[in-house]
Write a protein that binds this ligand. Sequence first.
Ligand SMILES: Nc1ncnc2c1ncn2[C@@H]1O[C@H](COP(=O)(O)OP(=O)(O)OP(=O)(O)O)[C@@H](O)[C@H]1O
Length: 240
Amino acid sequence: MDASMVQETEGDEDLAVCVRNLSLTLSDESGSKKVLDDLTLEVKRGSLHMLLGANGCGKSTLVRALAGLLQPDSGTISLATPHAFVFQNPDHQVVMPSVGADVAFGLGRHVYPYLTHDAVDRLTASALAAVGLEGLQARPVSSLSGGQKQRVAIAGALAEQAVVLLLDELTTFLDVGDQRGVLDCVRAAVDAGGGRVAALWITHRMEELDWADRVSIIRGGRVAFTGTPAQARGRMAAWG
Ligand SMILES: Nc1ncnc2c1ncn2[C@@H]1O[C@H](COP(=O)(O)OP(=O)(O)OP(=O)(O)O)[C@@H](O)[C@H]1O
């Protein structure tokens, strides 16, 4: 399968993300390793789904395959569209000097010149309100905390009407306050979406499961468990 085989799905299907039987081998000078091994994952529309796994278990490899950056050996990937990725380093997520310009950046990429300036302003204001940064359009991004930068990146995705947020370890570089702020923001975005917006939140932190609707655990290169946060905690305890 090549990267072009990442499928985009539309319409009223139940699933925002559907990965089936994905296997992927990585190679470097020290040899080859099958990092993903027959991995299957389903994320329902309207849900905040967390993918939990230990360091080195293949989470980033999966995200890079979802983004079409790595070529799987076999399997299929379907993503509802439009979808958006946000990655772990806050300083790599924002590209414009001001908050408002950054949120509007993607709108220009996708729909300009079909949107008027007023429409861009309205979408930007509404997306910033959705992530708790209402009225901060003029703020220099250099003055934001790491968590605020992540929320600006999420606002950019919401402004573009993304229906799937693919979020790779967003809290790695954040303090506890910012960590909670970003989790609250993603929870609110999913809830406000009325069943339209889903998020796949990749993490190695058990304490983040409280924000989830569903949790999948990746072990041995595959999804070894999917259930509620409470069931996931029980399973992790049983595994030791
Ligand atoms: N080019 C490569 N060749 C062989 N193995 C690799 C290569 N790149 C990464 N790996 C291995 O693949 C495995 C999965 O890496 P990956 O970065 O996807 O894990 P992760 O779960 O995201 O880890 P972390 O939480 O630390 O970011 C690791 O064991 C890593 O050492």
